[in-house]
Design a protein around this ligand. Structure first.
Ligand code: C2E
Ligand code: MG
Ligand code: MG
Ligand code: MG
Length: 279
């Protein structure tokens, strides 16, 4: 009867919820040990100047090598890390690892570019971000302008005063700042000039749908805003030559996406630089 099938549907839904909750709980438990067990790995994706044909930056992205589940995407574990507060020790660890790796690339003559790290809102809450960044720079020996912090509009808007205060301190010593996933945060543009930012990163949803006139108009306007506020612009998620041609015609030259390079582990990046550096 219809009553029975309704009941069944509900229990299937229930089981689905349960499975999801169980995985989440078990991941949360494992996440607490992941740092100590060295299960995190950093991969790096190039930011490419499509006019000069050179790498102008790298973005550091986190991967979790889970002993049973294999590689787990940050899309799944970062929210858990944020809710539990584990994101703070993880990001602190990452700051040092990434600065040291970038210093190594500089010393070896492999690369001379800034590497960016994604910041979560939690990093701006304790008030210790400046100290952690400074320590990572000092201990690694990396010059501050070779480190970039990626923040989202929601971080900036949530706690505007505190975020701006901390970013201003960091900008003063030369650390770079970019606004990630720009255009998706419904931020009031009226505040944009008050956030100390070097670069706007156009969110990949606009690039993916850039054939649509409306999305093209948004891309074009983000590029105009960046230019008028003396900021640089990077297009995220670039996958096709059509997208590259369109972005170039709109005045965007720096791009990040699978077309140019996927996020790669350290041992692959050396070779990638050799193959992608004009001699
Ligand atoms: P994000 O910072 O916007 O990073 C860009 C994401 O887009 C990365 O996914 C990257 O692999 C992916 N991507 C790059 N090019 C393309 C492309 O051409 N096509 C498509 N479809 N995707 C592309 P990933 O590594 O899975 O990271 C997802 C998100 O997780 C990041 O978005 C960031 O918000 C967060 N995340 C990653 N690592 C960290 C971290 O260390 N700390 C924090 N707080 N968040 C992180
Ligand atoms: Mg990012
Ligand atoms: Mg992004
Ligand atoms: Mg994103």
């Amino acid at each position: 009867t219809s009553k029975d099938s309704g009941k069944n549907k509900f229990s299937v839904f229930d089981q689905e919820m349960n499975r999801h909750q169980l995985r989440r709980m078990s991941l949360e438990k494992d996440l607490r040990k992941a740092l100590a067990l060295s299960e995190f790995m950093v991969v790096y994706q190039p930011k490419w100047d499509s006019l000069m044909n050179v790498t102008v930056g790298l973005e550091a992205l986190l991967r979790w090598r889970h002993p049973e589940h294999g590689i787990i995407s940050p899309v799944e574990f970062i929210p858990i890390a944020e809710e539990t507060g584990l994101i703070v020790p993880i990001t602190n660890w990452m700051l040092y690892v990434v600065c040291s790796q970038n210093m190594r690339w500089h010393n070896e003559g492999v690369a001379n570019v800034a590497v960016s790290i994604n910041m979560s809102a939690r990093m701006f809450e304790g008030g210790s971000l400046y100290e952690v960044v400074e320590e990572a720079l000092t201990r690694s020996g990396l010059a501050p302008h070779f480190l970039e912090l990626e923040i989202t509009e929601s971080i900036a808007m949530n706690n505007m005063e505190e975020t701006v205060a901390q970013l201003t301190k960091l900008r003063k010593i030369g650390v770079r700042v970019s606004l990630d996933d720009f255009g998706t945060g419904f931020s009031s543009l009226g505040n944009l000039d008050e956030i100390p930012v070097n670069t706007l990163k156009i969110d990949q949803v606009f690039i993916r749908k850039s054939k649509m006139h409306s999305k093209k108009a948004i891309i074009s306007n983000i590029i105009a805003i960046a230019s008028n506020l003396n900021m640089e612009v990077v297009a995220e998620g670039v996958e096709t030559t059509e997208q590259i041609e369109l972005l170039q015609s709109l005045g965007c030259r720096v791009m990040q996406g699978y077309y140019y390079g996927r996020p790669m582990p350290v041992h692959e990046l050396g070779q990638w630089f050799i193959e992608n550096t004009a001699s």
